[in-house]
Write a protein that binds this ligand. Structure first.
Ligand SMILES: C[S@@+](CC[C@H](N)C(=O)[O-])C[C@H]1O[C@@H](n2cnc3c(N)ncnc32)[C@H](O)[C@@H]1O
Length: 329
């Protein structure tokens, strides 16, 4: 999948590396601070209410650490929790450990550096002050952060207008978060701190499409041939079963809000009556049921606790779908 600058800016990149796709998978590893913050806030509220004395928070698909750092900053008592930011992409983990970040005026998290307050919502203002509690602003580092990609719109600058600011994570925050290279498929053996070996929260946001190769952008935008040999439902069910086994009762599973996390290209295992044909010429079908939701509802072990408006495949309509689920038994 090729990524255009346009795509990058729409998909909230502030992954501070010039390789914004994993070269092995060609899939996006991008993220931003407070990405989809209503969902993050809801997750944090539930964790603090249900696990007031602390718990493990496993942030898989943690990319370069911005999601875990955002969660840490939103907690009222972060010192009570063990946050792990886990991602298989080594470059992202190395970046997280370096803990220097650039924020650009054209990124989704630009509200953090905005000086004109009128466009900033009260919620963003609150998050901004949380951000500044966790970071100190630094001069442009000598060793490039590389999020200003040469030849891209990130290079645009105007005389007298600062387009980018740089920040270093405060040591006490860095010491609270573990940045670890790892794969959610090995979640069972992840060493959590709690005695019963269970976690209060597992995040895996905007990455189910990595496991299932459900790259809708590739299919719809660039005309790639989708892989229909992966049994997507089986992969998702296995993921949900593993997450279930790792969670404490009352613990939450937090999913992402991107379209391709919820709507799937039908594979050769999908019964025709459970799919719709959307591209006659290429024979591309889509599953009619959002597969993660089907897997989460199976056996009545999870219940939805937070819904979000997700853009459907037409790109024109929004559908309310649950993105936070609680383990109830
Ligand atoms: C699009 S980014 C999403 C980042 C962040 N969670 C967000 O929503 O902004 C997808 C991330 O999932 C990671 N990923 C892919 N496969 C994974 C796996 N099996 N286990 C854990 N993370 C994985 C990728 O390396 C990448 O950093």
């Amino acid at each position: 999948m090729k990524i255009s600058n346009n795509f990058i800016s729409r998909n909230s990149i502030s992954f501070t590396s010039y390789k914004r796709v994993n070269p092995k998978t060609n899939l996006s590893v991008s993220t931003s601070f407070y990405h989809d913050y209503p969902a993050l806030q809801k997750a944090v509220d539930i964790i603090e209410k249900d696990f007031p004395n602390g718990t493990d928070i496993l942030i898989y698909a943690g990319s370069n650490g911005e999601e875990a750092i955002s969660v840490d900053s939103m907690l009222n008592h972060p010192e009570r929790y063990h946050i792990s930011s886990i991602d298989p992409f080594k470059e992202a983990i190395d970046f997280a450990k370096r803990s220097c970040f650039g924020i650009h005026k054209l990124d989704d998290d630009s509200f953090i550096i905005d000086t004109i307050q009128k466009d900033t919502t009260p919620e963003q203002l609150r998050l901004k002050s949380r951000f500044y509690n966790s970071f100190e602003e630094i001069q442009k580092p000598e060793k490039a952060l590389n999020n200003v990609n040469s030849g891209s719109l990130y290079d645009i600058s105007f005389p007298g207008l600062e387009m980018q600011k740089y920040f270093k994570l405060k040591p006490e925050v860095k010491n609270r978060i573990q940045f670890i290279q790892g794969d959610i498929r090995n979640i069972n053996s992840f060493p959590v701190k709690s005695q019963n070996g269970k976690a209060g929260a597992v995040f895996f946001r905007n990455a189910i499409y990595h496991l299932t190769q459900n790259d809708l952008t590739g299919v719809f935008k660039y005309g790639d041939k989708p892989n229909i040999n992966i049994n997507k439902y089986a992969v998702i069910k296995n993921l949900i079963d593993n997450v279930y086994n790792k969670l404490d009762i009352g613990g939450i599973f937090v999913m992402g809000h991107h379209t391709q996390e919820h709507f799937f290209i039908a594979d050769k295992y999908t019964p025709p009556e459970q799919s719709v044909l959307i591209d006659k010429q290429r024979g591309i079908r889509l599953t009619t049921a959002p597969l993660p939701i089907k897997a989460l509802l199976e056996n009545g072990k999870f219940e939805p606790v937070f819904e979000e408006a997700i853009t459907d495949l037409s790109g024109l309509k929004k559908i309310n779908l649950p993105t936070i689920w609680k383990k109830i038994k």
